[in-house]
Design a protein around this ligand. Structure first.
Ligand code: PEP
Length: 251
C-alpha cells in the first residue's frame, strides 16, 4: 500500500450520554499509543466536542465531527457551522455519510459544499460514498461511486483530495453485521484509485481510502491487509473502547 498510513476512524453516531462520552474517549486516549503505521480518530456528537477536545487535545487521538452545515453563519436554525467546529480542535469532518444522505436529504451538491467548507476552515473532509443493495444487484455500484466523487471533484478539483480521505461504505454493510468481503472491498478501492489516478496519479497514490460497514475486531485485520484498504470507518465497534483499540492495534 505504498507509503500510506492506516487510518482508524470511529463514528459514534448519535450515541453516548455526556458521562459515557467522557469515559469512552478517556479510555481510547489512555489505552492507545501513537504509532508510525496508523492514525486514530473519533467522530463524536457535536455536543460532546468541548469535553472531549479537552481530554484529547494533547494526545495522538484526533477529534472529528459527523456533519455540519456548509454556510459559516446565518438563519439556519438548529445547524452548526464548520467554522464553529474549527474552534474545538476538530481536525476531520465526515461528509456525505449515507445516513445524512438518506435521512437528512444531503444531495451530492450539498456534500460537495460541505467538503469545500471543511477545507476552507483547515478541517480534512472524509467523503463517504457507497451503493445500496439494489444498486449493487443492478451492477451500477461503480457508476454510483463515481457520480458521488465527481460531484465533489467538480466543486473543489481533484488536487483538493490531498487534504481529504474517502470512505467507501456499502450501505448494505452499515450496521447490518454483513461486512463486505475483503475481496469485494479491495475490488472497489482499487477501481476507485485507478479512476482517480487518471485525473491525478500522485493524489490517487497518496489518498487514504477507508472501508466502512460492520468492521469489527474480528474482521479488521483481513480487511486492512488488502493493498488498497487504508483504514476503517467504524460505527458500532467504535462504541466499545476494547473493540475499537483492537482494530487500531492491528492497523
Ligand atoms: C458507519 O456508520 O460509518 C459504519 C460503518 O457503521 P457500522 O460499523 O456500525 O456498520
Amino acid at each position: 500500500s505504498d507509503t500510506r498510513r492506516k487510518f482508524i476512524a470511529g463514528n459514534w453516531k448519535m450515541n453516548c450520554s455526556r458521562s459515557e462520552a467522557i469515559q469512552l474517549a478517556s479510555a481510547v486516549v489512555a489505552s492507545s499509543e501513537e504509532k508510525e503505521s496508523a492514525q486514530i480518530l473519533i467522530c463524536v456528537p457535536n455536543i460532546h466536542l468541548a469535553d472531549i477536545g479537552k481530554l484529547a487535545v494533547n494526545s495522538h487521538v484526533l477529534l472529528g465531527a459527523q456533519d455540519a452545515y456548509w454556510q459559516d453563519s446565518g438563519a439556519f436554525t438548529g445547524e452548526i457551522s464548520i467554522s464553529m467546529l474549527a474552534d474545538y480542535q476538530v481536525k476531520y469532518l465526515l461528509v456525505g455519510h449515507s445516513e445524512r444522505r438518506e435521512m437528512f436529504a444531503n444531495t451530492d451538491e450539498i456534500v460537495a459544499k460541505k467538503f469545500a467548507g471543511a477545507l476552507k476552515h483547515g478541517i480534512k473532509p472524509i467523503l463517504c460514498i457507497g451503493e445500496s443493495l439494489a444498486q449493487r444487484e443492478q451492477g451500477v455500484t461503480f457508476d454510483v461511486l463515481k457520480e458521488q466523487c465527481q460531484a465533489v471533484i467538480d466543486e473543489v478539483g481533484i488536487e483538493a483530495f490531498a487534504d481529504a480521505c474517502i470512505a467507501y461504505e456499502p450501505i448494505w454493510a452499515i450496521g447490518t453485521g454483513r461486512t463486505a468481503t475483503p475481496e469485494q472491498a479491495q475490488e472497489v478501492h482499487h477501481s476507485l484509485r485507478v479512476w482517480l489516478a487518471e485525473k491525478n496519479a500522485q493524489i490517487a497514490k497518496n489518498l487514504q481510502i477507508l472501508y466502512g460497514g460492520s468492521m469489527n475486531a474480528a474482521n479488521a485485520s483481513e480487511l486492512l491487509a488488502q493493498p488498497d484498504i487504508d483504514g476503517g470507518l467504524i460505527g458500532g465497534a467504535s462504541l466499545k473502547a476494547e473493540d475499537f483499540l483492537k482494530i487500531y492495534s492491528v492497523a
